[in-house]
Design a protein around this ligand. Structure first.
Ligand SMILES: *Cc1c(COP(=O)(O)O)cnc(C)c1O
Length: 391
């Protein structure tokens, strides 16, 4: 008889661009008893998720739900529902995920204008303003935390410009929510989506999404329904609000995980959580520089949750990442798009953002770089990082 496969995934230190590590209570939540998706107890769980999502997004938006699917499902729901053929959209692109939004926008038949910035800088508000002045615009979309480059995109100036020109603002919060400040109402963001496996630290599989009253009105005023049936936000809202109109079967266990992960975020407190990510991210970045490495993102726009560090001359990308994984159990990401082969992407998201992980990574990377001929100053790196972590 052939052997029946066993399931035995290794325990890794997840320091890549996602998934991040999940708390055991989040993983255990997925093992709780299944109930029916219209069971009153499950409806209560969905309602609680909805209320916790509002708190984490800092919004009073009535229309707040989680699309079934990873972060890209929220992106597709937002883009497909907010744009109609012939409408104008301005998409800010300074990395891989902005590019993905623009591809989706093109598929709606909208007239897409792209505004680009080098991979390592944010999109300048003046460039968005120039395009807003060029003609009436339905939607402006930007990526808050560009996971391909490690760049933080400032939102408020662009949001004010959108208000001034009557455009809706869509914000990709996949890597920012739960890790760095996100203020949907205070910033005047009209639509936002996120993912579970980045700074919220649950397994991948749901996308928290929120719509301002203006964005919701725009969707309700569509001439024709969205081309996507599964991600039709009108149908999804009818499932999430008091109508509970069947649309799909909620991913029950995933919803349990989301519930527990959101509760952990609120138990820690948003401000404390942002501070933790900030401290650990800065300690890592200072440590990498003390080691003798060069960070890729502009110094004034570096994300604490995702750091891009340039691969030194003569060092092989795959060899070092393979050794980090096989010898130290650490996963980091390689570069994507324009940065393929040029940088490593080191995530400190959610449960993975710990002082221990910062020190473990610096010492492991330093050791491997020295083996391959790069004179990494491991002592200085650990010293600088530990000093930052202790203060
Ligand atoms: C990860 C990510 C996505 C896509 O999310 P998936 O869960 O992989 O579908 C979108 N935008 C950004 C900024 C991301 O980091």
């Amino acid at each position: 008889m052939t052997e029946i496969p066993t399931l035995d995934p290794p325990r890794r230190v997840l320091m890549g661009p996602g998934p991040s590590g999940a708390d055991t209570s989040v993983l255990a939540a997925m093992g709780l008893p299944l109930v029916g998706h219209l069971d009153p107890e499950f409806i209560r769980i969905m309602d609680e998720c909805q209320e916790m999502m509002r708190q984490v997004y800092r919004t009073g938006n009535e229309v707040t739900l989680a699309t079934p699917g990873t972060g890209t499902s929220g992106m597709e729901a937002a883009v497909m529902n907010l744009l109609q053929p012939g409408e104008r959209a301005i998409i800010g692109i300074c990395g891989y995920f902005g590019e993905r939004i623009s591809q989706m926008a093109s598929r709606t038949g909208a007239e897409v204008t792209i505004v680009t910035a080098p991979w390592g800088s944010p999109v300048p508000p003046e460039a968005i303003e120039r395009e807003l002045r060029a003609g009436p615009t339905k939607l402006v979309a930007i990526v808050h935390a560009e996971t391909s480059t490690g760049v933080l995109q400032p939102v408020e100036t662009i949001s004010a410009l959108c208000k001034e020109h009557g455009a809706l603002l869509l914000l990709d919060c996949v890597t920012s929510l739960g890790g760095i400040p996100v203020e949907i109402d205070a910033w005047g963001v009209d639509a936002a989506y996120s993912g579970t496996q980045k700074c919220l630290s649950a397994p991948p599989g749901a996308s928290p999404l929120t719509l301002s009253p203006a964005a919701w009105s725009a969707i309700q005023a569509r001439e024709a329904p969205s081309n996507s049936w599964y991600l039709d936000l009108g149908l999804l809202e009818a499932y999430w609000d008091s109508r509970r109109a069947y649309h799909h079967t909620s991913p029950i266990s995933m919803t349990y995980a989301l519930h527990r992960a959101l509760a952990l975020v609120l138990e820690e407190g948003l401000e404390a959580r942002w501070q933790r990510h900030e401290n650990n991210g800065r300690a890592l970045q200072n440590g990498l520089e003390a080691m003798g490495l060069v960070l890729h993102a502009d110094v004034e726009h570096r994300l604490p949750v995702l750091t891009t560090v340039r691969i030194p001359e003569g060092i092989d990308d795959g060899t070092v990442r393979g050794a980090l994984l096989n010898r130290f159990g650490i996963e980091v990401g390689g570069g994507i798009g324009e940065l393929r082969g040029n940088v490593w992407r080191v995530g400190l998201m959610g449960e993975s953002s710990t002082a221990g992980n910062v020190l473990l990574f610096l010492s492991s990377l330093g050791r491997l770089l020295r083996e391959h001929g790069f004179e990494a100053d491991v002592g200085a790196a650990l010293d600088v990082a530990a000093q930052g972590l202790a203060s």
